[in-house]
Design a protein around this ligand. Structure first.
Ligand code: NAP
Length: 305
């Protein structure tokens, strides 16, 4: 099969190459999915799991990409819950070969049905950003209607989902980002916008939940805005700051079939809009994943035409 591989950690995404790889085989509870569309997170080449397996052994050449939408083509021993020919989407294991390929082996529990009226490119854009936003707001942030959320990077992949889901849940959302992102963040539903390069973040006053996708100084300054009993949720590593009277939580997104179904249902009925910037073929993927211009939304690779 055709696949993108990485072999050189120092080279990052510039080291991606399109090669021929053996098709994967299905282990117990696995599904083989013929991939129609794949999503990639630009920071993947910085994740240890891209380079080593769960025993920390070198697993290169590794196939990056952990989001997929496609059609089930085979089932492993004992696999239940999905059937051959079914449209699915989901989140692939961090430590196994990923989705920038024509086929992937993935545990059935990491997949959810993809309704027939949702395009594969849209399905592949949802798992990481949608589940991260959902889990950060509701499982870890325990967001309640009437609370306020500071949604960093609100025009980015995760931030756009955070902004929309928080609004739908009845929160007041202050989006942040670069100056050029203002209108996009407002279009996703932010009620206010802070340009992090030119506005004073401190002027937003107190908030109940900070959803951090940036870290560093922005995270530290945001922590001090959190009201008593509030939460800093971060997805960029262990918290570097804590609210004076609240919680700081960091987490890595997990697959969840029920949450994937909630997310795709919202896309179908118009409550949630995905944030795709570019769609490229697998043949053009290396160039598309090494852009010369600033990324404006997720890059999705259309593996099958
Ligand atoms: N732990 C987890 O489970 C998990 C899950 C998903 C994502 N993540 C991490 O979360 C981060 C964001 O992911 P993403 O896919 O949402 O990325 P993204 O689409 O690039 O969104 C990030 C947004 O924040 C903006 N931004 C970053 N630094 C900024 C700064 N200093 N000032 C103003 N705006 C800034 C970016 O603008 P520019 O593009 O101009 O920088 C972009 O619009 C990544 O580090 C990713 O690895 C973690």
């Amino acid at each position: 099969m055709k696949a993108i591989v990485v072999t050189d950690e120092a080279a990052g995404t510039a080291g991606m190459t399109l090669v021929e790889r053996p098709e994967p085989t299905a282990a117990i509870n696995d599904v083989i999915v013929q991939i129609h569309a794949s999503g990639f997170v630009p920071t993947e080449t910085a994740w240890p799991s891209t380079w080593t397996d769960r025993r920390d052994r070198d697993r290169t050449p590794s196939i990056p990409g952990h989001e997929l939408a496609g059609v089930v083509s085979a089932l492993g021993y004992g696999t239940t819950g999905v059937s051959v020919g079914q449209r699915v989407f989901g989140l692939a294991d961090w430590h196994r070969d990923g989705t920038l390929a024509e086929y992937v082996a993935i545990e059935a529990r990491n997949l959810a049905p993809l309704p027939g009226d949702v395009e594969f490119t849209v399905g592949a854009s949802l798992p990481i950003s949608g589940l991260t936003a959902w889990q950060g707001l509701f499982d870890h942030g325990h967001l309640q209607a009437g609370q306020s959320v500071l949604a960093h990077g609100a025009a980015g992949a995760v931030g756009a989902m955070v902004t929309q889901l928080a609004r739908e849940a009845g929160a007041y959302v202050i989006g942040t980002g670069r100056a050029a992102d203002r209108q996009k963040a407002l279009d996703f539903g932010a009620q206010e916008f802070v340009d992090l390069e030119n506005d004073a973040l401190e002027e937003v006053g107190g908030v109940d939940l900070v959803f951090d996708v940036i870290g560093g100084d922005i995270q530290k300054r945001s922590a001090s805005l959190i009201r008593a009993g509030g939460t800093l949720v971060t997805v960029v590593g262990p918290p570097e700051a804590r609210p004076a009277d609240g919680l700081a939580v960091d987490f890595v997104v997990e697959s969840d079939r029920a949450q994937l179904s909630e997310i795709v249902q919202r896309v179908r009925d118009g409550r949630l809009r995905t944030n795709i910037g570019t769609v490229a073929t697998l043949d053009d993927a290396v160039a598309a994943l090494n852009p010369t211009e600033r990324i404006k939304g997720k890059t999705i690779i259309r593996v099958r035409p």
